[in-house]
Design a protein around this ligand. Structure first.
Ligand code: NAG
Length: 212
């Protein structure tokens, strides 16, 4: 193929898939009182949008870490910060008490995080079951690839604080343990699909609030 035709085709492809192409309004602050469509929330009346819609102070405060993992999650996702609607971006704050951990979990998208305070061991497991993990110091960043199971353990002497950003306004958080033990999936099915002992499954279901 002629080199110039190839370049022209590639340019056309990039232009048509560019996220800045086809935007029909400046912003669409979500109005959660209106029905939600497949492509997101309906927009709040632009005449009623103010600067307060575009700012969010919720990450000033630590998340609540009074739980078995000693992990305080504090998401600034679409549900708490409606101006993120349609922006394809969000953040979260994670507070991890001494000896605590962010339980192994997945998101629909990648996570880019920075450790602000403390020392943590951060890691993920790839789809070939290779485990990657490293101790992170204050100021260090780490990227967790999309959909892979990942975790953080506080290995320092002070409560740790990390901030994470996601290329989605609603990245989701699916914990492996809560997925298995916080619902009514019967113990014998969980035994079959995990090979865990039924006694251990019952114990974890009791701890996580699951039944059956
Ligand atoms: C933190 O979570 C615990 C356990 O769910 C709850 O009892 C407590 O009220 C929460 N604290 C705050 C400040 O929300």
């Amino acid at each position: 193929m002629n080199f110039y035709i190839l370049i022209t085709l590639l340019l056309a492809l990039f232009t048509s898939s560019s996220p800045t192409n086809g935007i029909e309004f400046d912003y669409c602050v979500a109005d959660p009182t209106l029905p939600r469509g497949s492509s997101g929330y309906a927009c709040k009346d632009p005449a009623k949008v103010t600067i307060d819609d575009f700012s969010y102070s919720g990450l000033r405060n630590p998340g609540n870490s009074s739980n078995v993992f000693k992990f305080g999650p504090n998401p600034a996702f679409l549900s708490t910060f409606p101006a993120l609607n349609g922006m394809g971006i969000s953040m979260a704050r994670a507070d991890i008490d001494v000896g605590g951990a962010v339980p192994i979990h997945t998101h629909r998208v990648a996570e880019l995080a920075i450790l602000i305070k403390g020392r943590i061991l951060a890691g993920f497991i790839d789809s070939n079951n290779k485990a990657f993990y490293k101790t992170m110091e204050e100021g260090d960043m780490f990227i967790f690839p999309p959909a892979l199971a990942h975790f953080q353990v506080n290995v320092g002497k002070v409560p740790a604080i990390a901030y994470a950003s996601f290329p989605s306004s609603n990245p989701g958080f699916q914990g492996v343990s809560s997925s298995l033990f916080k619902n009514d999936l019967p113990t014998e099915i969980i035994q079959k699909i995990t090979l865990l002992d039924p006694e251990q499954i019952k114990k974890l279901k009791a701890g996580f609030g699951g039944t059956n």
